[in-house]
Design a protein around this ligand. Structure first.
Ligand SMILES: C[S@@+](CC[C@H](N)C(=O)[O-])C[C@H]1O[C@@H](n2cnc3c(N)ncnc32)[C@H](O)[C@@H]1O
Length: 373
């Protein structure tokens, strides 16, 4: 089967590296989707283990269509009865670029009608009650070529299940994981997030350091479909648990000025099963120090309008604090346009999107252990 993994702009490289590390070789990315091949075992494993991918889609069919009739025929020709019962609850998610089928709502209606018509005929069903398994069917039309996908994840993969409280401008879990993946952070290096908010970055860092699968505690839509072998998700989760690292890791520091944020972050870390690994503290970033060398600071400082006047001085103070950390590297993501001017010239910069907000990821490299002073 063909599998497509949508990734947010700017994090394709991290997602590709992850996919390679999971043993699926080099997978090309086309228009924000990484493509690879596999069966239900691979679909289960990607859903459970991927940190930076947004969803795992199954490509059900590709065909040319520039009219509603051609769209209906193309969708009707696909083997929907192998997946669904007459209780299926279909939702449609459509996109169209440079194509004649540009009316998303009307095209979505045609896609749904074609699926139900086929199911009615093949399953000899008299009625559909939509009370059963959920199926998010995607149709994406590019230059009149239609791709029909099934969303095997259901809820997006950023929903790990640990974040239940809302903080101030939380970072998407998949974006946090991609920044950790792309950084110098490894489990033997100290780690800090001095603006940790609801805890997303330190939690993702520990999940990475301990090789804990981010999807190990949640369910995915595909498990309710008829053709999926029984027990595949449980088998994959069990195998992932055996790969977890239970030894020592270097200290992970997480602090924030807001006691409410730290309370939420502690609850989230507990739900993720990593609270023992993170040293939480209510503190001003300006007071952060660490004696450990060669650490990695990954953070998401404030950028909101509320702080506008003070942002430049906050980022300058942040830079001053960072200079006191011996040989550390820093990575931070921010939508504040003056961040680099205030913090200093970055060794590397990249545009990333946190959900739909355009941000910069700025990287400052410290010394490597063993490098000449
Ligand atoms: C963009 S939010 C971080 C969101 C976080 N990454 C998450 O996913 O929840 C910025 C955080 O910086 C904190 N903050 C603002 N000024 C601070 C300061 N001087 N020292 C420490 N934290 C501060 C705010 O309380 C807020 O939680």
């Amino acid at each position: 089967m063909e599998i497509l993994i949508p990734v947010a702009a700017g994090i394709e490289a991290a997602a590709k590296r992850e996919i390679e590390r999971l043993g699926y070789g080099h997978a090309p990315a086309v228009r924000g989707r990484i493509a690879l091949r596999g069966g239900w075992e691979e679909i289960a494993r990607l859903n459970v283990c991927l940190r930076a991918g947004e969803r795992v889609l199954l490509l059900v069919g590709t065909f040319y269509a520039d009219t509603f009739d051609a769209l209906f025929e193309g969708v009707y020709a696909l083997p929907w009865e192998e997946f669904f019962t007459p209780h299926v609850n279909i939702r449609i998610d459509g996109k169209s670029y440079r194509s004649k089928l540009a009316a998303l709502k009307a095209s979505g209606g045609v896609v749904k009608k074609a699926i139900l018509t086929r199911l009615k005929e093949k399953l000899r069903a008299r009625s559909f009650d939509e009370r059963g398994e959920r199926a998010i069917v995607g149709f994406s039309v590019y230059e009149n070529v239609v791709q029909i996908t099934l969303d095997t994840s259901g809820e997006g993969l950023h929903k790990r299940g640990y974040r239940v409280l809302t903080g101030e401008a939380p970072l998407r879990e998949t974006t946090a994981a991609a920044i950790v993946e792309d950084s110098f952070y490894r489990r033997d290096k100290p780690f800090a997030d001095p603006f940790c908010g609801s805890g997303t970055i330190p939690i993702e860092a520990v999940l990475y350091a301990r090789n804990i699968a981010p999807g190990k505690a949640r369910n995915f839509d595909f498990t309710a479909w008829k053709c999926v072998p029984a027990g595949v998700l449980d088998r994959v989760k069990r195998a992932a648990r055996e790969e977890e690292y239970g030894g020592e890791i270097a200290p992970v520091f997480a602090s924030d000025l807001s006691p409410e944020a730290i309370s939420a972050a502690k609850q989230h870390a507990a739900r993720a099963g990593v609270e023992k690994d993170i040293r939480f503290r209510v503190a001003d970033m300006r007071d952060f120090t660490a004696n450990e060398r060669f650490g990695v600071l990954i953070s998401n400082p404030p950028y909101g309008a509320r702080l506008k006047g003070d942002l430049a001085s906050l980022y300058r103070d942040f830079a001053q604090m960072f200079r006191r950390l011996p040989d550390w590297s820093a990575y931070f993501i921010s939508a504040y346009e003056g961040a680099e001017r205030a913090f200093g010239r970055a060794d590397k910069r990249r545009i990333l999107f946190n959900a739909d907000l355009k941000c910069s990821l700025l990287a400052y490299f410290g010394k490597k252990p063993g490098a000449k002073q």
